[in-house]
Design a binder for this molecule. Structure first.
Ligand code: ATP
Length: 578
């Protein structure tokens, strides 16, 4: 546990944390000495010569004073370390995730990250303050006291050591049962949280299709699973905690009986027996409380494992000496790529020249978006090369690649800030003139003119106060402001109005005429027709390639795909009529 803890907080915080934990254990050991000193003091006080207790009583008073000072220092240190660990864990997680490949950020991972950053971190930071000290008291103090007891009576010391060993085993088993149940509950709680968010997000779809009851099936299933695992955890935890508590009482009864047996047999003086009984009873509480803290410890250990799993996720390797791209030529050379063993790109080869628009078309799931993600290095290809300006994207270096390639994805994310701030993400130093220049080209100027506070209008969480088309214009304006030589536009597959559709096509062509390499993941006939070249992807490779005219004349798969789309559009129009 301690190793996982030190690893999670990182090298900078590991030393103060280790010092705080070591001091806490030392304080518990001093407490063991204090308890052990009770034996000679009581033994002498209750014996025939109470005056001989004075030196032991002095030693006890001194040890108690040392203990009190150290305990206060340790508490202070633990609180300080606990607070700084919370900040350190958030920083470490934040610093680490920004280096992870964008392909790492799936919906499920984001939900898990949210729970780790809140519940996982808070459980972990309470460890040095609330969990570790009572556990050290329950483990270190009895061990030291039992070792010191050997100085007074080795038989009792041995009996207590055996009782502690049995208790340790029961403790381990019981907290292990709680820990396993908690890990299972964590997994289903993640699933349930994801389903709740999905259910809330899907409301427009569910209401439009009148499926509000059936739409809850997956949510109900996830909540039922969470309820079941919570119940299992309860059924496991209660007997486990009860078994441990029973074991503590049984062990103490055994020690009391053994002490009485020795005293009645005449091999242990009565005052010593009384002193030992006081000592044994003194341990009942911390030992019983250990079970509860052991369970919290296991839960915190689960939280630590999840934190360390995120920190162990490897960023894509950066080149030791980055090579800047020489131009804006984009090449895919026999690229293979699989998501979790599921092949998506299977020998994709493609060339997109500067000054041209290349439309990536093909059936859904053909791998068009995946190809764009490899170009922006969300993931690395499993085989083959993706090159920009003749240089493998793996050799360009993250920052340089990001300067060279601008991507406008369908799922545009806007920050809860002003329109101006959202466009300035591409260039924080951009002036208002710069913003107006890119706004004029992306059609954002018309959006800004209609907004109540113009550029200073806040867009809401995730840009919710803007329409899909307006959000896409902000995103295109960002890409223009970035002034990258390679631009990838992922055309929205959802319906766009005619104005937005025409705007996207015009932007793509305009960018290409300025000498940029433009790749469009195209869904609309107008965009495809405006492209200089078309690459028709199917089964993870280019099945047909050529100019729009060439491919239509070929009357092959692309032409069939276009006809099928036209038919589908025709059906939609017919179906929409009353
Ligand atoms: N993050 C992911 N994890 C696992 N599989 C994925 C992931 N993203 C996409 N896929 C799968 O990879 C395949 C190709 O997806 P991709 O989005 O590249 O296709 P596409 O041609 O862009 O499709 P569309 O036109 O529908 O957007 C699909 O089968 C998809 O389910």
């Amino acid at each position: 546990m301690i190793r996982a803890f030190l690893r999670a907080v990182g090298p900078d915080r590991a030393r103060p944390l280790a010092a705080a934990l070591a001091l806490t254990a030392f304080v518990s050991a001093v407490q063991g000495v204090v308890f052990a000193l009770l034996v000679p003091v009581l033994e002498r006080l209750l014996g025939p010569a109470p005056g001989t207790a004075a030196p032991w009583a002095l030693a006890l008073a001194a040890a108690t004073a040392v203990y009190a000072v150290l305990r206060a220092a340790s508490l202070y240190l633990n609180f300080r370390v606990g607070g700084s660990i919370s900040r350190a864990l958030h920083h470490r997680l934040g610093d680490h995730v920004v280096r992870l490949p964008l392909g790492w950020f799936t919906g499920a991972r984001l939900g898990e990250l949210n729970r780790i950053a809140t519940e996982g971190v808070s459980r972990t930071t309470s460890l040095p303050v609330h969990t570790y000290p009572p556990l050290a008291d329950a483990v270190v103090t009895p061990v030291v006291a039992v070792a010191a007891l050997a100085l007074f009576d080795w038989r009792l010391s041995l009996a207590c050591a055996a009782a502690l060993a049995v208790l340790w085993m029961v403790f381990d088993l019981s907290s292990d049962a709680v820990g396993r149940g908690d890990a299972a509950r964590d997994a289903v709680a993640d699933e349930a949280a994801d389903r709740v968010v999905e259910y809330a997000r899907a409301q427009p779809v569910l209401r439009a299709f009148g499926r509000d009851e059936r739409g809850r099936t997956s949510l109900d299933r996830a909540l039922a699973a969470e309820h079941r695992t919570a119940r299992t955890l309860l059924f496991r935890a209660v007997p486990a905690l009860f078994a441990y508590s029973f074991a503590v009482r049984a062990a103490l009864t055994g020690i009391l009986a053994f002490t009485l047996h020795l005293a009645l047999g005449g091999t242990l003086a009565a005052p010593t027996a009384v002193a030992l009984l006081v000592l044994a009873v003194r341990f009942a509480h911390p030992l019983s409380a250990a079970a509860e803290h052991g369970a919290s410890l296991r839960m915190a250990v689960n939280g630590l494992a999840r934190i360390n799993a995120v920190l162990d996720a490897r960023p894509l390797p950066e080149p030791a000496e980055p090579t800047p791209p020489r131009g804006a030529l984009v090449e895919f050379d026999a690229v293979r790529f699989a998501y979790d063993g599921e092949p998506v790109l299977d020998g994709l080869s493609l060339r997109a020249e500067p000054g041209t628009v290349t439309a990536l078309v093909g059936p859904s799931g053909a791998g068009k978006t995946t190809a764009a993600r490899l170009l922006a290095r969300f993931h690395d290809a499993d085989a083959g090369q993706v090159r920009v300006g003749g240089v493998d994207v793996r050799d360009i270096g993250g920052e340089e690649l990001s300067r060279h390639v601008a991507v406008v994805f369908q799922d545009v994310y806007l920050f809860d800030a002003t329109v101006a701030d959202n466009v300035r993400v591409a260039d924080p130093g951009a002036t208002l003139e710069d913003l107006e220049r890119v706004a004029a080209r992306s059609g954002l100027d018309r959006v800004v003119a209609e907004l109540p506070r113009g550029w200073d209008t806040r867009v809401g969480d995730g840009g919710t106060s803007l329409s899909g088309g307006q959000r896409q214009r902000v995103s295109i304006a960002r890409a223009l402001l970035k002034d990258a030589p390679v631009v990838v536009l992922d055309e929205a597959s959802a319906a766009l109005d005619a104005e937005n559709e025409a705007l996207l096509t015009a932007t793509a062509v305009g960018l290409a005429r300025e000498g940029r390499t433009v790749l469009v993941i195209a869904h609309r006939p107008a965009t495809v027709a405006a492209a200089d070249r078309i690459a028709f992807l199917d089964g993870g490779r280019v099945a047909e390639e050529g100019t729009p005219g060439e491919l239509l004349a070929l009357d092959g798969r692309h032409a069939a795909h276009v006809r099928a789309r036209e038919r589908a559009r025709g059906w939609r129009i017919t179906a929409a009529r009353p």
